[in-house]
Design a protein around this ligand. Structure first.
Ligand SMILES: [Zn+2]
Length: 309
């Protein structure tokens, strides 16, 4: 057990924690929670840091739609030079949010609240930065039913809202339809945020013991697209035997798509892959039917031990 290595990744404490709702305007759970805490921030206050609340995409929230011009959670990369007059609303918002975070006290952590139409339960979304993995593992230790889904470096994770902070976790809860609030999902999101805040507070006090190096992490591997068709009216759909089976192993030969001609498409990919975000409504425009992950341990994702002697 390389607990010494896990220790060495315990970085300096966070002085500011942003809780962000409405990065996607039709994911109302986070919007409602942030509004509640704006009225009474007592439940999200902790001693070791300042908690700040941020409504990420007010115009999309007003319209109850995912975004206005483009996905805000893919808009935090280096801005492309171009005509300012034609600048998409989300690029403008990304710049404002970056400025707000840059103005905060050193070491900013972000909790970004999302929901999904997929059966993802409670999932912590993270990059592979050791501090985020370590904190996610600590959160999961307090609620073992949670899943941790990690993205290796790449455009998707590098352009998301959390990339503008020093560290952070995304919270995905589902299934819930877009555009509505449900009491049980609201409660699950609130409880999860409380756990994350407690873990960051304990981290700040130096009271966290190294997480279990065998903590399971689902490492993003690939998106699986719907089978090609000449027009979308003709498209296949996710097979009934796959729908809702997020985080259950997908073996070769299992049905994945139902085609309009009645045919079934079977899975032909590598063994040992775990599907997630199955039939997520927000991914229809990109034709993504589900994503595949590879289960690894926390220990496997941490960089090789560097001797300090
Ligand atoms: Zn979202």
């Amino acid at each position: 057990m390389r607990t010494d290595q896990l220790d060495q990744h315990a970085e300096a404490e966070f002085k500011t924690v942003f809780i962000v709702g409405g990065t996607h305007g039709n994911e109302r759970t986070g919007v409602m929670l942030v509004r509640r805490w704006q009225r009474d921030p007592t439940p999200v206050r902790r001693e070791m840091f300042t908690t700040r609340l941020l409504m990420a995409n007010p115009e999309a929230i007003r319209r109850n739609t995912r975004f206005v011009h483009q996905d805000l959670n893919r808009s935090f990369g280096s801005p492309r030079p171009g005509a300012a007059a034609a600048e998409p609303y989300e690029i403008h918002r990304a710049r404002e949010i970056r400025a707000v975070m840059a103005g905060a006290r050193a070491r900013v952590f972000t909790i970004d609240l999302h929901t999904t139409t997929s059966n993802m339960g409670i999932t912590l979304i993270t990059d592979t930065a050791p501090v985020n993995l370590m904190l996610a593992a600590q959160v999961k230790q307090r609620d073992p039913a949670m899943h941790i889904y990690a993205f290796p470096p790449g455009e998707r994770i590098d352009n998301c809202l959390r990339a503008s902070a020093d560290a952070g976790l995304g919270l995905e809860i589902g299934p819930i339809p877009q555009g509505l609030v449900r009491h049980d999902v609201l409660q699950a999101a609130e409880d999860s945020v409380q756990i994350i805040l407690d873990v960051i507070d304990a981290h700040g006090r130096g009271r966290l013991r190294p997480p279990d190096p065998r903590t399971r992490i689902y490492l993003h591997d690939a998106h699986v697209h719907y089978p090609e068709s000449r027009d979308s009216a003709d498209a296949a759909c996710v097979h009934r035997d796959l729908d809702g089976r997020d985080y259950r192993p997908l073996e070769a030969g299992m049905p994945v798509f139902h085609c309009p001609n009645g045919e079934t498409v079977h899975f032909e990919g590598a063994p040992g892959r775990i599907p997630v975000f199955i039939n997520e409504a927000a991914y229809y425009p990109e034709q993504i039917a589900f994503s595949l992950t590879r289960p690894v341990t926390l220990e496997q994702l941490l960089p090789p031990h560097r001797s300090t002697s």
